[in-house]
Design a protein around this ligand. Structure first.
Ligand SMILES: C[C@H](NC(=O)[C@@H](N)CCCCN)C(=O)O
Length: 561
């Protein structure tokens, strides 16, 4: 390539800096989506917002996306380009964040209905920006990494999102303390900061576009330069959203199965994550605050032992997948797995007290689900690239999902709860790693934008229903708990206690056994149905692929004969 024709994206340092700048939006929006998860109980004791209302706040976040916002956003992105669309939808998400924060601080009124209405309006605005922001970020990454490390950049970008979710679940309650608002203000500040990072990115974007324009104007665009500099414009024109594409997709059997699988699978994962900390506290006796070691011992040796076994199994699974098969011979691989697991088992034993404290804390344990996917998704992704078997892996993922939700609903054993969380984490890594590249095999490249936008739209129908549905069912099947907590809250407030003191007191009364816990059996059992539907759809997808010949079971780049 002619040296003078080099553009910004040819510099690896600039490319990766751009990735960090734009992925911060992904981090912050995923954080904001999930930070309410460990606050379910505090919302009830601090603000009087019960589980159905909590579900409404979370469920309505997706409402605009259920009614076509992602498709509208995609069309706007085509027309306005990355810069304006990013600012508009990032700005919308930030505005939503600010309104949610103000509502939680009582800015629109201190009474429950004003707070609830403000939270809902804020979350609706945030949600209207959320998915389109993710599409803008993905487009930006394609712009900068096509011809370079595109798959890796995309995996890292998704990692930023998952890290946002994990941190949101792990630390929001620590930030909140005894009232909800500090956690909301913090989450809204993160989106604001990420929007500033996006504005910084715009300088790079403008500069690169100017370079491309200058190269073209100088008539120097030939051969490789033409591909690098000119391709975006050609593709943008070709990738425009068309309703005729939507019709074509809707009549493709394989696409229908994978889109429905996306709905069923994600409905049993994202909504579950919103309630996971509260489930662990209410059903399995985990804590909301970090307890001291003595309390952990009181929590029961079975749970403590189970959590440590959970860590060792996690390390075993990790080392089996991470150690390359290329290591000379099977026995060498087995030996290294044994050594790694042995060393870690000793470390786990030595730090068992601290680890035990963390692994009996509901939010900290639940945060391991998205955290684990940061490591496992790229590993499974590379397996799918090299070996294929995508449809079979989706079947396996659906099976793990059923096991996870069964062990977290019908059984009461902490050991099974840890195993359930582990298999949910593996399923949450396996299915996305197999699903998203499979869409690219089923749909032509220039129709991928439409395919992802329509999949995300139907996915949001499921998410909206289950975000709200779990909370609503929890409310319905626990009338005595709702009433007891609400009466206690009223009486403590009437005695002049602050809302923070009320929250503390209610927690204490539950620990003492004077106030009941929520029964989560039915709300989580409902998610087993999503697993069963997922497994059926994954089988149908495998069958349809055999008929239509997309090669979902083949390694990347290989086509069926
Ligand atoms: C890639 C996939 N993304 C989605 O499913 C988005 N529609 C969700 C965005 C909001 C997430 N809290 C994923 O994250 O696996």
């Amino acid at each position: 390539m002619n040296k003078s024709n080099k553009i910004l994206k040819d510099s690896a340092a600039v490319r990766w800096l751009v990735l960090v700048l734009v992925s911060s939006l992904m981090f912050a929006t995923y954080y904001f989506q999930d930070f309410f998860s460990p606050l379910r109980e505090l919302m009830e004791t601090d603000l009087g917002i019960n589980s159905e209302e909590f579900g409404r706040v979370i469920g309505l976040t997706t409402i605009a996306n259920m009614f076509g916002m992602i498709i509208i956003g995609g069309i706007i992105l085509d027309k306005w380009g990355i810069r304006l669309a990013g600012l508009a939808f990032g700005g919308l998400a930030t505005l939503g964040g600010i309104i949610t924060a103000l509502a939680s601080m009582g800015y629109f009124g201190d009474d429950k209905s004003s707070v609830l209405a403000g939270l809902i309006v804020g979350r609706i605005l945030f949600g209207s920006g959320l998915e389109v922001v993710c599409v803008v970020v993905t487009r930006t990454i394609v712009k900068w990494f096509k011809g370079y490390e595109l798959a890796l950049a995309m995996a890292i970008n998704m990692g930023f999102g998952r890290l946002g979710s994990a941190l949101a679940i792990a630390i929001s309650l620590d930030i909140a303390g005894v009232t909800v608002s500090p956690a909301v203000v913090f989450a809204a500040t993160l989106i604001g900061l990420s929007l500033i990072f996006f504005v910084v990115y715009l300088f790079f974007d403008i500069k690169m576009d100017k370079q491309i324009k200058a190269i073209k104007a100088a008539g120097q665009v030939k051969g490789e330069e033409a591909i690098i500099a000119g391709v975006e414009q050609e593709e943008e024109a070709d990738e425009d959203f068309k309703f005729s594409d939507l019709i074509k997709l809707a009549t493709n059997k394989s696409f229908i199965y994978i889109a429905l699988l996306c709905v069923a699978f994600y409905s049993a994962v994202f909504p579950f994550i919103q309630y996971a900390p509260d489930l662990l506290v209410n059903k399995f006796g985990f804590s909301y605050v970090l307890p001291d070691s003595a309390t952990v011992v009181a929590f029961g040796s079975e749970a403590l032992g189970s959590s440590l076994v959970f860590v060792v199994i996690f390390i075993f699974a990790l080392s089996v997948t991470l150690i390359p098969n290329s290591l000379k011979g099977k026995s060498a691989k087995r030996l290294s797995v044994l050594i790694i697991v042995g060393v870690f088992a000793v470390v786990v034993y030595l730090v068992r007290d601290t680890l035990g404290v963390w692994l009996v804390n509901g939010p900290k344990t639940a945060s391991l689900i998205p955290l684990g996917t940061i490591i496992f998704t790229p590993i499974f992704g590379s397996y799918v690239d090299k070996k294929g078997k995508a449809a079979s892996l989706m079947i396996l993922g659906a099976l793990l999902l059923i096991f996870a939700h069964l062990s977290l609903s019908v059984f009461q054993s902490p050991f099974l709860a840890y195993m359930g969380l582990l298999s949910l984490g593996i399923a949450f890594s396996l299915v996305p790693a197999a699903m998203w590249p499979s869409v690219a095999k089923i749909v032509a490249e220039n129709r991928l934008g439409t395919a992802y936008a329509s999949m995300f739209t139907v996915q949001n129908w499921g998410l909206g229903a289950f975000f709200w549905g779990i909370g609503a069912l929890l409310y319905k099947v626990n009338p005595q708990v709702v009433q007891a907590i609400s009466e206690m809250r009223e009486s403590l407030l009437a005695q002049g206690l602050t809302s923070g003191e009320v929250a503390d007191k209610i927690k204490l009364l539950q620990l003492e056994g004077s106030l009941p816990y929520y029964d989560y059996t039915w709300p989580i059992l409902m998610l087993v149905a999503c697993g069963v539907i997922s497994i059926f759809l994954a089988f149908k997808l495998k069958q349809a692929d055999k008929e239509q010949g997309y090669g979902l079971e083949l390694p990347s780049g290989q086509k069926p004969e």
